[in-house]
Design a protein around this ligand. Structure first.
Ligand SMILES: *[C@@H]1O[C@H](CO)[C@@H](O)[C@H](O)[C@H]1NC(C)=O
Ligand SMILES: *[C@@H]1O[C@H](CO)[C@@H](O)[C@H](O)[C@H]1NC(C)=O
Length: 431
């Protein structure tokens, strides 16, 4: 009898978590101007606690930015930060850059057509019919999934402009990029993606910024279109964008069946995770790694291809893309991020409640994929991850499929986990 009891304990020890919990929340709360303001927001339906799900993150100095997409109504603020020096386990979120930027008009009629949701896809039909609320205040952030902080202290926000995605979708503004100067908290650029680069099933939920400290005016942003299988490239210097297509941006029809926390669903999300390698020369030439969400394969393309509009949009570009390999069964991934201190790409593993890694100097094979951590409680749906300048990995997990298809229990559903990249790869093929 005793012998039988010991066995599960050994298993538990050998799979001990390697990432540390930094913050955890049962529900998100915000730094309201006053208790009256909070109560008024609850009364009017502008704040429905359980509808606020954290999704994306990035780190700048003492600020840990956290996005809260407007999946449902009652999202208090879509772009926020908490202070890393905060000692509370569940700190309140500060809207960024200010509360006013998140004050959306009430009672807007829903966008015509279905919100054809499937893993983050919606139907953007009717977008033009709706007033563009950015004309009133260009700092407004309607709904953002992921953000990126670059080497030049700028925060790049991919704003889908779409509110109440799962309820009565409202396209309050066109898809756009908002860029803030983190030192002044001022909006320095708002770029509206031209309508002809947004297709019926387009969905932009990620943004990757390619620049260098010495050339801040020279920056490109890559916007994976997971719903319509393309990448929109934004050229900051010329304030211009173009749409790049490739077969490798599509999903794998055999890898769209997912089960997370006992919830089974099928997604068709294409190109999504993207990581930039180390610059190899003074021009900033580097490799862009990418994968579709509903896929277990990894691909790459030189950034010189994406940055060259003539070439990238021509048929000649087909063979400039490379298949690196397959991660193995059940290894579908949302986000990926390259850490130049260890030469390792870290990525989420949504079908395994895990974070994986791959050392870019090794062949891309299932054997060379490391398991940094896996946990059927703390890592249920690792949604986003980033590595900061000091070599610390930050992972956000949020049980999103339960939020969308089921109901979250009253427990710690949302977490930020951290670990030193040099330490967490010890004992894995990534070391
Ligand atoms: C935002 O709007 C203000 C006021 O109309 C204007 O002065 C400013 O240049 C705009 N900023 C951007 C980045 O478009
Ligand atoms: C872009 O690609 C074209 C070929 O399509 C090439 O002729 C041109 O030199 C490239 N431009 C740059 C800046 O590399």
């Amino acid at each position: 009898m005793k012998f039988i009891l010991i066995l599960p304990m050994i298993v538990a020890v050998s799979s001990a978590r390697k990432l540390d919990e930094k913050f955890a929340w049962k529900e998100l709360d915000f730094a309201w101007p006053s208790e009256e303001a909070k109560q008024e927001a609850i009364r009017s339906g502008k704040y429905i606690e359980s509808h606020n799900l954290p999704l994306g993150l990035d780190i700048w100095q003492d600020k840990l930015f956290i996005t809260v997409p407007r999946w449902k109504s009652g999202v208090a603020s879509s772009l926020n930060y908490v202070k890393l020096s905060e000692l509370e386990r569940s700190p309140v979120l500060y809207p960024y850059p200010c509360w006013e930027a998140h004050d959306l008009p009430h009672d807007v009629p829903s966008t015509e057509g279905d919100a054809n949701y499937g893993g983050g896809r919606t139907d953007a039909k009717g977008a033009e019919k709706v007033e563009n609320i950015l004309e009133k205040n260009n700092e407004t952030i309607v709904s953002t999934f992921r953000i990126r902080i670059d080497e030049c202290d700028r925060l790049w926000v991919m704003d889908s402009g779409l509110a109440d995605i799962l309820g009565s979708p409202k396209q309050l503004a066109p898809n756009s990029i908002a860029i803030f100067d983190l030192n002044t908290n001022k909006l320095i650029r708002r770029f509206i993606i031209p309508a002809d680069q947004v297709k019926e099933d387009s969905f932009f939920a990620n943004i990757i910024v390619d620049t260098q400290t010495s050339h801040c005016g020279d920056a490109f942003a890559y916007l994976p279109d997971l719903g319509s299988y393309a990448v929109v490239v934004y050229d900051f210097k010329n304030d211009h964008s173009y749409r790049v297509k490739h077969n490798f941006f599509h999903f794998d029809p055999l890898q769209g069946d997912l089960t997370v926390a006992g919830v089974n669903f099928q997604w068709t999300d294409g190109v999504f995770g993207m990581a930039l390698g180390k610059p190899t020369n003074e021009h900033g030439d580097r490799t862009v790694y990418f994968h579709a969400l509903a896929s277990t394969k990894e691909f790459s393309v030189p950034n010189t291809v994406l940055k060259n509009e003539t070439f990238a949009t021509s048929n000649d570009a087909y063979f400039a893309y490379t298949l690196l390999g397959d991660r193995g069964p059940k290894s579908q991934s949302t986000a990926e991020h390259y850490d130049d201190k260890t030469d390792v790409i870290f990525y989420t593993q949504i079908n395994r409640d895990a974070v994986g890694c791959w050392n870019i100097n090794k062949p891309f094979t299932p054997e060379n994929q490391g398991l940094v951590d896996s946990d059927s409680d703390a890592l249920v749906f690792p949604n986003d991850l980033k590595v900061d300048n000091d070599g610390t990995l930050y992972v956000l997990s949020d049980r999103m499929p339960l939020f969308i298809y089921g109901t979250l229990k009253s427990e710690y559903n949302y977490r930020i986990l951290t670990g030193k990249t040099s330490e967490i790869i010890t004992g894995t093929p990534c070391a």
